[in-house]
Design a protein around this ligand. Structure first.
Ligand SMILES: [Zn+2]
Length: 188
């Protein structure tokens, strides 16, 4: 009888101990995960929320843009960089939909005005609405060009030239990385 009691106690102690170890491990796992989430998500979510809820013009700090955008997006949109020709997602795309600003989500161009310019960058002969983009004279690289920017967030999009097709004869030469296609699923 005494042996049984000792055995039973040993079994109970073992079960209790292993349960304790298990729950301690669970706790440490969830804490670790929680901390990684905390390190990046709330700030980013707060900036995205600011973009979503701001009507009209948005102004974020460089640090906020850096947190929100990929390094390539930041280089092109905020530092006026240019992606290499024939490397972007959209230069060859024939998909229907609305091209939005990849930085702030504003509607910029419609696939209806996209044409194959052979330049290796997505090209449009007109913006979706004139107020959506604004232009600025650009004399960097020793050439006079007209820069195209997103009216809402001032992100660099590309340049506009006078050698496009009718009816406007304009060619909006835009970096793929500055765009995000909102695909029109009903058009096919
Ligand atoms: Zn924008």
């Amino acid at each position: 009888m005494k042996t049984v009691k000792v055995l039973l106690t040993a079994v109970i102690v073992t079960i209790a101990y292993s349960t304790f170890i298990q729950s301690a491990e669970d706790n440490s796992n969830s804490t670790a995960k929680g901390e990684t989430m905390k390190a990046e998500d709330p700030l980013r979510a707060k900036i995205q929320e600011k973009l979503r809820t701001t009507k009209g013009k948005v102004a974020l700090t460089d640090a906020e843009w850096q947190l929100l955008l990929t390094p390539t997006q930041y280089y092109v949109c905020r530092e006026k960089g240019t992606e290499r020709a024939f490397t972007g997602d959209y230069y060859n795309s024939k998909k229907k939909g609305t091209y939005k600003c990849s930085a702030c989500g504003a509607k910029l161009f419609s696939s209806d005005t996209k044409f194959d310019s052979g330049t290796g960058w997505p090209s449009f002969w007109r913006p979706a609405n004139d107020a959506g983009v604004r232009t600025e004279e650009d004399s960097t690289l020793g050439v006079q060009r007209t820069e195209v920017l997103c009216s809402r967030c001032d992100s660099h999009l590309g340049h506009v030239f006078n050698d496009g097709p009718a009816p406007t004869h304009l060619r909006y030469c835009i970096n793929s990385v500055s765009l995000e296609l909102d695909e029109d699923k009903n058009s096919e």
